[in-house]
Design a protein around this ligand. Structure first.
Ligand code: NOJ
Ligand code: CA
Length: 580
């Protein structure tokens, strides 16, 4: 890929009109595509069902991919579509090198990659190296083999505590609730050893102290690179290596919080040997050229520690969960933007930005609740306080437009371009997330953000599936949010995303820089200059004055053209240059 050096401005030109400028992020000369990319997450089972069984599939993705090219993203990341019993929606893999029949075949995957190439979209796949499915042949062999066997070395088997081994080997809890250990039965049917699973009992953790596990995952990387993928999103990239001796920790693997684990070292997170694994994978990717990427799903706090995952010889990107978790408030957003650009910039890495994914309440619903999410952020159920969707959608539009102007990479979750909320009144009978079952319904789980996409308002199942019953039902109100309705409306949420992504590309904002325009920054507003574009967000309850300039785009499409910014609104301006 050709690399043109960015134009570094000799001096920031707008200081008169915008007040003092606080430069946080100078331009970088590194123009690797991923540094400014917009990557769209496809959740295959909910994207588009082409064969009518009610579950989205790879041919469905291929058939609709042109809509994502039209939206203006650079790449798609596909959540797992590999062979799996689907106990955790595919994050329980039983064959890493094949497609689950639910989603299609390897030939369907090849067709998807070819179609993406025609549309100029890159394809990232999900790699799940912390654990596999209990139905993976390697785990089946380990279960069938005796304690101490080479088969068991690939996983984390231990004898139990107590007089007859009846207690789990330590106090670690599963991320989905309950103990992180399950006891096995020996060949004679008697109680045997325990195995570790940081997630569901159907997801045994690999033992990354074993060189055979390293070799197996290098084989898997090459398998998909040979098929033409552009990179990997690495699931729970902070957890593969566990501290020697598996010391007691006192609770849930993430410290019981959806906001990252506490700063001190948890024995199952952030172990130093992890980084050797990613350095080795980076070398494997380099065999295929410099364009292939690794992105860490590492829920690590603080951002200074996350920076260790994206040092120059490790991953290219890491998800920015502190940004996703920031409140809709000027001080919170400014603090997390400063910390992100500062910490990641210190190791020469770009920041990424994200507002939604398949594990969290969608930002329309989150922002429509004033204050804390019910149940610690695990989902909203019919018995909980319901979000104000009008407020949520207005704030979501403002948040998205604020995010898309920032320098760095952005991740979008399917459906956010339509302004979809969570399904917050889903009947419990439909729930499939193991979190709901493992906690006896105390935690609602993540089904609400995984509801299939509405494509065409007048079609059966709103165009998701022409025949079958969708695996999760749609809220009735989603017909009005269908993509075809929004595509015909230049004031829709979809039009906002499409317009913003086109401008972001034309103005090269992803590869740009950030300086706070202090005159317009306060406890209830933020303004930053990226190149010659001024982005202003108003989180206050009242309109605010704007500097003079040409409006490029604003998040409230019904706003009258004025020199004021509405409450809960973001605008992109080309400010009038003051000379002298
Ligand atoms: C993170 C994934 O995003 C989530 O969906 C999954 O349940 C866990 N990792 C376990 O693989
Ligand atoms: Ca299907």
């Amino acid at each position: 890929m050709s690399v043109a050096p960015p134009q570094l401005p000799a001096a920031l030109p707008h200081s008169m009109a915008l007040g003092e400028l606080t430069e946080v992020h100078p331009l970088s000369a590194n123009e690797h595509w991923s540094r400014s990319s917009v990557i769209y997450q496809i959740y295959p089972r909910s994207f588009r069902d082409l064969n009518g069984d009610g579950i989205g599939d790879l041919p469905g993705i291929t058939a609709e991919l042109h809509h994502l090219a039209a939206l203006g993203v650079d790449a798609v990341w596909l959540s797992p579509f590999f062979t799996s019993p689907q106990r955790d929606a595919g994050y329980d893999v039983s064959d890493y090198c094949d497609v689950d029949p639910l989603f299609g075949t390897l030939a369907d995957f090849d067709a998807l990659v070819s179609r993406a190439a025609v549309l100029n979209l890159r394809v990232i796949v999900d790699l799940v190296p912390n654990h596999c499915s209990s139905e993976h042949p390697l785990f089946a062999a380990a279960l069938a083999a005796p304690a101490g066997s080479t088969e068991r070395e690939l996983f984390i088997f231990r004898d139990g505590l107590g007089a007859s081994g009846e207690l789990p080997p330590n106090d670690w809890e599963s991320h989905f609730g309950g103990s992180a250990w399950t006891r096995t039965a020996d060949a004679d049917g008697g109680p045997g050893q325990w195995y570790l699973h940081l997630f569901d009992s159907s997801q045994p953790d690999f033992n990354w102290d074993s060189p055979r596990v390293h070799a197996e995952f290098e084989r898997i990387l090459r398998f998909w690179l040979d098929r033409g993928v552009d990179g990997f999103r690495v699931d729970v990239a902070h957890a593969l290596v566990k501290a020697q001796g598996l010391p007691n920790w006192g609770g849930r693997a993430d410290g019981g919080s959806s906001k990252g684990f506490p700063g001190h070292r948890a024995p199952m997170f952030g172990q130093p040997a992890l980084h050797d694994i990613y350095r080795q994978w980076r070398k494997v990717l380099a065999e295929y050229g410099q364009d292939k990427i690794l992105c860490a799903e590492a829920n690590v706090d603080p951002l200074d520690r996350l920076a260790d995952w994206v040092r120059p010889d490790e991953m290219h990107q890491a998800f920015n969960f502190p940004y996703l978790n920031a409140e809709f408030s000027a001080p919170s957003l400014r603090a997390v933007v400063d910390a992100s650009l500062g910490s990641l910039g210190r190791v020469g890495a770009p920041s990424t930005w994200v507002l939604s994914n398949h594990d969290v309440v969608r930002h329309v619903s989150r922002l429509g609740l004033d204050g804390q999410l019910p149940r610690g952020g695990d989902g909203i159920g019919p018995g909980d306080v319901q979000p104000n969707l009008e407020l949520g959608r207005r704030r979501a539009a403002a948040s998205s437009l604020f995010m898309l102007g920032l320098p760095g990479g952005a991740y979008l979750y399917q459906g956010e371009e339509l302004g979809l909320p969570d399904h917050t009144t889903l009947d419990h009978g439909h729930r499939q997330d193991p979190t709901f079952g493992r906690t006896g319904g105390e935690r609602i789980g993540r089904d609400g953000c995984r509801v299939p996409l509405p494509w065409r308002a007048e079609d059966t199942n709103v165009g998701f599936s022409s025949e079958g019953t969708p695996w999760l039902p749609f809220p009735k109100s989603w017909r009005a949010l269908a993509r075809d309705v929004q595509a015909a409306d230049d004031r829709s949420h979809l039009a906002l995303y499409t317009g913003a992504l086109a401008l972001r590309r034309d103005l090269r904002l992803g590869a740009g820089s950030l300086a706070w325009a202090e005159r317009y920054c306060s406890d209830s507003s933020l303004a930053y200059l990226n190149g010659n574009t001024l982005v202003v967000l108003n989180t206050s309850g009242a309109p605010m004055d704007l500097p003079a300039g040409d409006v490029l785009i604003r998040s409230d499409s019904s706003a009258a053209p004025t020199d004021q910014l509405n409450s809960g609104e973001t605008i992109w301006l080309s400010p009038v240059l003051e000379v002298g």
